[in-house]
Design a protein around this ligand. Sequence first.
Ligand code: DON
Length: 304
Amino acid sequence: MIDYQTILDEIQHELSTCEHRGKVASYIPELAKIDTANFGMHLQLLNGKSYHTGRSKTPFSIQSISKVLTFAMAIALQNHNLWERVGVEPSGNPFNHLSLLEQEKGIPRNPFINTGALVICDILISELEHPKEAFLDFVRKLTNDPSINYNTAVAKSEQRTGFKNFAAANLLKSFGNLKNDVSEVLDFYFHQCALEINCKQLCNAFYFFANNGVCINNSTHLKDQHVKRINALMLTCGFYDEAGEFAFEVGLPGKSGVGGGIVALLPDEFVISVWSPGLNEKGNSKLGMMALEMFTTKTELSIF
Ligand code: DON
């Protein structure tokens, strides 16, 4: 029997003495206010048991983690056209890289880099009458938690300073890979990124990716074949130009965000989340990556 609580507490204790905790994402001014001393973890087993340590109930900005959830909505709505507009290859470049998009004629490498996520937003805007409300509703259903909401101050903050995303959306539009207004796509994108969630809620939101498409309270389902593809994309593209490093160190499909959150899962076994706002130079949570490496090493649980 693995003593999960002791393992989580050990990880928190070992990392608490870390002096170099990374840097907060200052290009979004609201995120620059967050203290790098924050640290929380939550583990949800599929047998119903759960464990946590640190500030696992403090909400944080989900940022790019949201891209997996919008992608799940889009894949469920219209699988076929989607693959003409976004690829499935790791980009080997940072999340906000642009020149590859120009070389590849406006087709983003995958749905988790910013340009790919903007195309997914565009698809959802075309398909749904009220995409912002529908996305919020989807996450509330997945987590069974109606209290989850957007942090509009964070969305506005990025709206004021997200110049690279404005460039990305305009470049996509110039190649005909956005059907809706650039401003509408960006408004939805900045809101999805500004969703606020804690470690426990994050595990619940991603539970269905570990549970063959059935969410924690049975209410929402995603087809098995879609779950397979999304987990594959998380493993190969979830950490941008650090996807290889995450697979090497941790060995689980997962997704990061510049709010300092990471969620990862072992199909049929567990979902685990960690929040530590200091980022490494690739824009992924520095201590979050270390914590998950420690977890899969100590428990000897990974997909490999
Ligand atoms: O678009 C951006 O730059 C942010 N809203 C999200 C980037 C992000 O979270 C990258 N992940 N590590």
